[in-house]
Design a protein around this ligand. Structure first.
Ligand code: MLT
Ligand code: MN
Ligand code: ZN
Length: 316
């Protein structure tokens, strides 16, 4: 038996859900929508979910963090595989299995956790030139010492290997600029480098991670056809859900998130594309699929979807 086998090394693509909720998490700190209200009242049908992030590995030792959520520190505390002790020798004083970080857009729920990673740890930060440029221009992110955190812009459609054995490709998905950069008329649904999806491949397995998508062009469907796993934008069940819940005026589409249900929703959009496993992620706290046993949970499960939860492992 080799040392590697003794340490449980295993060459498979594995995804680990750190945070299954959208920005704000579930419950959201100030929210009394129907779903959050159930949580606050102690109803066990709603479990807490932290903000949007996953990790991926091809060897069970080195992990790529996909999006750095404001909850990152707690997510690490709850994940022994991401603890500094996971791969380190007894002599090491600084270590982490998080070997690289990739951000899919510049929204707060996907970048605020970079501030948690400021403790002089060496790692490459991947993203599009547009998103990395925005981070580089933001004074607070200067706290990421460039001597340790190397910004590595990646081009759309160009594959790269952030970890041994893990191949990654980013592609544009319909979206928009981050909320805090919105000015005047916002071009929602533009395909630019401000919102990307990610294709992860290792050992002949392929998974797609698309936490935000404003609508689904045929080209995007064709790209995902035949995937072993798809983690897709499950922000809202209904496009006008925030309004219905009395917590906001914006529709899902205006926020850059296509709804699950209704005309043009994601529920059946991937039917017939030969995707082995489909799961909703980046789920907003107003979304009734978060309530175990709800009609809406039943509808998505009957249509072949899983509702992700924090701590879920997916081995496509
Ligand atoms: C989103 O996904 O729409 C954003 O995370 C919104 C936000 O910044 O809270
Ligand atoms: Mn978000
Ligand atoms: Zn809520």
């Amino acid at each position: 038996m080799t040392a590697d086998m003794g340490r449980g090394r295993d060459h498979r693509l594995r995804l680990f859900v750190l945070g299954s909720a959208a920005g704000g998490g579930c419950p959201q700190w100030n929210c009394l929508c129907d779903v959050c209200r159930l949580y606050w009242s102690g109803d066990e049908r709603v479990v807490a979910r932290s903000q949007s992030s996953i990790a991926a590995t091809a060897d069970g030792r080195n992990w790529l963090l996909l999006n750095a959520s404001p909850d990152l520190r707690d997510q690490i505390l709850r994940s022994p595989r991401l603890s500094p002790a996971a791969n380190a020798s007894p002599a090491e004083r600084r270590a982490t299995p998080i070997s690289a970080v990739l951000v899919t857009n510049g929204d707060v729920d996907h970048i605020a956790g970079l501030l948690t990673l400021r403790e002089k740890q060496r790692f490459p930060l991947y993203g599009t030139a547009g998103v990395l440029g925005m981070i580089a221009e933001s004074p607070v992110f200067q706290v990421l010492d460039p001597a340790f955190v190397e910004q590595r812009p990646v081009a759309i459609g160009q594959s790269f290997e952030p970890l041994p054995g893990l191949s990654v490709e980013i592609f544009s998905v319909p979206g928009k600029v981050p909320l805090f950069m919105e000015k005047g008329e916002v071009d929602v649904g533009e395909e630019s480098e401000m919102t990307v999806g990610v294709k992860l491949s290792a050992n002949g397995r392929t998974a797609f991670y698309i936490p935000g998508c404003a609508h689904l062009p045929e080209t995007l469907k064709a790209r995902i056809r035949g995937a072993d796993a798809l983690l897709f934008d499950g922000t809202l069940f209904a496009d006008d859900e925030m309004r219905q819940a009395g917590v906001g005026e914006k529709t899902g589409r205006r926020m850059g998130h296509m709804p699950i249900s209704g005309e043009g929703g994601s529920l059946h959009a991937f039917d017939g594309l030969d995707i082995a496993r489909r799961a909703y992620i980046h789920i907003n706290n107003t979304n009734p699929i978060l309530v175990a046993g709800s009609d809406e949970r039943g509808i998505v499960e009957a249509a072949g979807w899983t509702v992700t939860h924090d701590g879920m492992e997916i081995a496509p």
